[in-house]
Write a protein that binds this ligand. Structure first.
Ligand SMILES: Nc1ncnc2c1ncn2[C@@H]1O[C@H](COP(=O)(O)OP(=O)(O)OP(=O)(O)O)[C@@H](O)[C@H]1O
Ligand SMILES: [Mg+2]
Length: 276
């Protein structure tokens, strides 16, 4: 492809792979010591809806079911996976690649925060470098034998998610939303990206769906009525889970104790993933 390509072959005479009808292959090979059975991306069209918490809880769910699990933190500018799992220390490497850190229940984790000298160092790199880092988390990390690798994607539909889809064979994505006005458009965007990248959508997770008052047991819709069933129906998708706003989730996530989360929200999804 010409570096000035505007996808309009009528205005260009370049003899490129696109014109010859050849599909460029951006796929990166995994590290030769990695055997990864299923790769699941967790995406959202918007930040702060609980993507990292959902990625972490899905990983914990599959680990509790006895699978070998990894989490690849692809959110390079806002990494939060090591913190959710309470991982201290830095990742180490050898000539063969980089070793992920193991959580207390044996979940393999790789994140930019395990490579930076200080957790608080900001990552102020441009898109292509960020994207390349994520690609290396696939090609240079020695994941070993993993049944499920969950990828916590950066929010939105920019350079990094695009590179993840182009370079890593993602088997399916989970779209995380919260109840709000723009949700229909946000889901449509994420879906469109998945379609363009030819990645199957496993379903939707609505986070912060409601709050159950511990005093009277009543459910309150803090962010407004949910339209998730309607949206899922419109696109022919499954609603995989609806999570309450629960201070225990934020406490577990923010204090490195996500492996102790207590809730059955992901039981059905876990069974579905296990059965695939
Ligand atoms: N269901 C929930 N109940 C209570 N708190 C929650 C819930 N889900 C997430 N949180 C909290 O909300 C905050 C944002 O969640 P999280 O970091 O998972 O979102 P994110 O989508 O990954 O954000 P970002 O776009 O910044 O990566 C965190 O402090 C988390 O602990
Ligand atoms: Mg996050």
């Amino acid at each position: 492809m010409s570096e000035h390509c505007d996808n309009n072959c009528g205005s260009c005479g370049e003899d490129c792979a696109d014109r010859r009808g050849e599909k460029p292959n951006f796929r990166a090979a995994p590290n030769e010591l990695s055997q990864i059975k299923k790769v699941i991306g967790i995406v959202s069209g918007k930040g702060g809806v609980g993507k990292s918490s959902v990625s972490a809880m899905l990983a914990v769910t599959m680990r509790r079911l006895g699978y070998r699990v990894g989490v690849l933190d692809a959110d390079v500018t806002g990494p939060s996976i090591p913190k959710a799992f309470g991982i201290q220390g830095k990742a180490e490497g050898s000539e063969q690649g980089l070793y992920p850190k193991q959580s207390s229940t044996g979940i393999e984790i790789m994140s930019i925060n395990l490579l930076l000298e200080n957790d608080t160092d900001p990552v102020i790199w441009r898109g292509p470098i960020l994207a390349n880092t994520v690609k290396q988390f696939w090609s240079d990390v020695i994941w070993g034998d993993v049944d499920f690798l969950f990828i916590d994607m950066p929010p939105g539909t920019g350079d990094v998610p695009l590179t993840v889809f182009q370079s890593i064979p993602v088997d399916g994505i989970v779209i995380v939303t919260s109840p709000q006005e723009l949700v229909s458009m946000i889901v449509a965007k994420a879906l469109r990206m998945a379609e363009m990248m030819k990645v199957p959508v496993l379903g939707l997770v609505e986070n912060m769906s409601y709050f159950k008052c511990p005093d009277n047991g009543k459910e309150y819709k803090i962010f407004g009525e949910s339209h998730i069933d309607e949206i899922a129906g419109k696109h022919g998708l499954k609603v995989l889970a609806k999570l309450p706003i629960d201070p225990n989730i934020s406490a577990a996530c923010d204090n490195g104790m996500i492996e102790q989360f207590d809730g059955n929200w992901f039981d059905a999804v876990g069974k579905q993933l296990a059965g695939q």
